[in-house]
Design a protein around this ligand. Structure first.
Ligand SMILES: Cc1cc2nc3c(=O)[nH]c(=O)nc-3n(C[C@H](O)[C@H](O)[C@H](O)COP(=O)(O)O)c2cc1C
Length: 204
């Protein structure tokens, strides 16, 4: 058996899925350049799903957060349907984690604090880009950037109201571990009782 594929089982899993994720995240951080990169899956009111990568900027013991444009496709989806999925793959360790839950916006104060920590170029971009809208050309986009730079020249760039954080509160986790014999390990967590979680094994 390859040393990079470590067997996983209900008996080995931590009882708290956030702690389990933190452990896998720490192990992934030694293998990946950008372990924060995850796919976020949303769907609109018609049920049409869509997926895209984001960077997990916040991991707490009860939620996962990222920042984006509230007027983007995912932003509109999350207004129509505040349920979403997160998918994470760690190829060197043969691991996949699937998380499902309910999404809410972070508070304006939380988004302000994170926005203020971003490099100025990112702040300008957040104003200039109408994320997920059609634009005629790259030159037109660059003109918008120059306009924003002129507007805030010499001053701080405030957070645009259309930009901020989302936070997903999970109600389902699946930790998947590759096994060489293809009988991959799958451990799921579902809420049980007061703040507890039920752990079960799924067949591969
Ligand atoms: C590795 C990676 C990380 C990304 N991180 C973010 C992010 O944190 N926030 C964001 O809005 N877009 C991020 N993007 C861009 C999104 O994948 C996507 O193109 C954009 O958010 C528009 O998505 P939407 O039209 O589905 O709303 C990232 C893309 C990649 C490849």
């Amino acid at each position: 058996m390859s040393a990079r594929w470590i067997p996983f089982d209900v008996s080995l899993a931590l009882t708290d899925p956030f702690a389990q994720f933190a452990q896998w995240f720490e192990e992934a951080s030694r293998e990946l350049r950008e372990p924060e990169a995850v796919s976020v899956i949303t769907s609109d009111a018609s049920g049409q799903p869509s997926a895209r990568m984001v960077l997990l900027r916040e991991r707490t013991d009860s939620s996962f957060g990222w920042f984006t444009n509230y007027d983007s496709r995912k932003g509109h989806d999350l207004v129509e349907n505040p349920q979403a999925g997160i998918l994470w793959y760690v190829e060197p360790l043969g691991r996949q984690v699937r998380i499902e839950g309910v999404v809410a916006r972070m508070s304006p104060e939380e988004s302000d604090a994170y926005f203020a920590s971003r490099p100025r170029g990112h702040q300008i971009g957040a104003h200039a880009s109408g994320q997920s809208e059609v634009i005629s050309s790259r030159a037109a986009l660059e003109r918008r950037v120059r306009d924003v730079e002129e507007r805030y020249e010499g001053g701080t760039v405030p957070r645009p109201a259309h930009w901020g954080g989302f936070r997903l509160t999970p109600r389902y986790f699946e930790f998947w571990q590759h096994r060489e014999d293809r009988l991959h390990d799958r451990v799921i967590y579902r809420p049980e009782g007061e703040g507890g979680w039920l752990l079960e094994r799924l067949m591969p």
